[in-house]
Design a protein around this ligand. Structure first.
Ligand code: HEM
Length: 215
């Protein structure tokens, strides 16, 4: 067979493919409102089923401090997942979560160097719900101390958030210990987020936390 007709056929086949199948999946930020609870959150998705996704709900309080609701949904291939409130690893509150039996542990961390972050008592968490099934584990928390932190830092209207996750096994050597060491992450990402998209009337947020048994 001549080479030219073969190349022409290949070219036709390639152009006939939908172009999206050749592109990487896009990460998205979407505002979603739950008609039952009236709570609206912004959903941050790295756009790939093997990555975690995050949902955040804030009150419409004009400036910090305020409590924030964070939900993290992780595929079971992830041994731990982290969220960085200032968008980077250093000098901002880090929320780290991992499954432990039927529970999900929520660990508050902070670091000033690129090594194992230590416990960070200035951010505290109430677990509103958690779940685990054959495909995912998830946890929803209310955080006090994630909107503002040392060094006069606080969330901005256009905020950069960061995330990390790990597929290492084990990722967390002592999963029952909330201050367990961690093996370093295998994926990282960042989003710029318009915080307006995550805002709720303060009463709606309080009601939501109360109904979830958080207070
Ligand atoms: C377990 C020990 C850890 C080690 C040794 C470690 C190390 C590192 C290093 C070396 C980088 C820079 C990667 C690059 O060259 O771009 C990095 C980035 C990052 N890490 Fe960690 N990390 C650890 C745990 C964590 C935890 C628990 C979080 C929680 C959220 C986290 C969040 C981040 C984020 C958001 C980035 C990207 C932004 C940035 O570079 O600051 N890390 N980490």
């Amino acid at each position: 067979m001549h080479l030219l007709p073969l190349l022409a056929t290949l070219a036709t086949l390639t152009t006939a493919l939908p172009s999206t199948s050749l592109l990487p999946r896009q990460s998205t930020t979407t505002r979603i409102c739950n008609p039952t609870t009236s709570l609206c959150h912004i959903q941050l998705s790295p756009g790939s089923p093997d990555k975690p996704l995050f949902r955040i709900a804030l009150p419409d309080t004009p400036s910090p401090p305020y409590d924030i609701i964070l939900e993290i949904v992780s595929p079971t291939s992830l041994t731990w997942t982290g969220f960085a409130w200032g968008g980077k690893m250093l000098r901002n509150p880090l929320t780290v979560v991992w499954p432990n039996g039927d529970d999900v542990m929520v660990s508050s961390r902070w670091t000033t160097f690129y090594g194992l972050p230590r416990a960070y008592p200035s951010a505290t968490y109430k677990t509103l719900r958690s779940s685990r099934n054959g495909t995912h584990w998830s946890v929803e928390v209310a955080c006090s101390g994630c909107s503002q932190w040392a060094g006069q830092q606080q969330l901005n209207d256009t905020q950069q958030f960061g995330w990390v996750s790990s597929t290492r096994t084990p990722g967390v050597p002592s999963p029952a210990n909330v201050n367990s060491p961690l093996y370093v992450h295998t994926s990282t990402g960042q989003w710029p987020v318009q915080l307006l998209e995550a805002r709720n009337a303060a009463g709606v947020l309080q009601e939501y936390v109360k109904a979830a048994g958080g207070e």
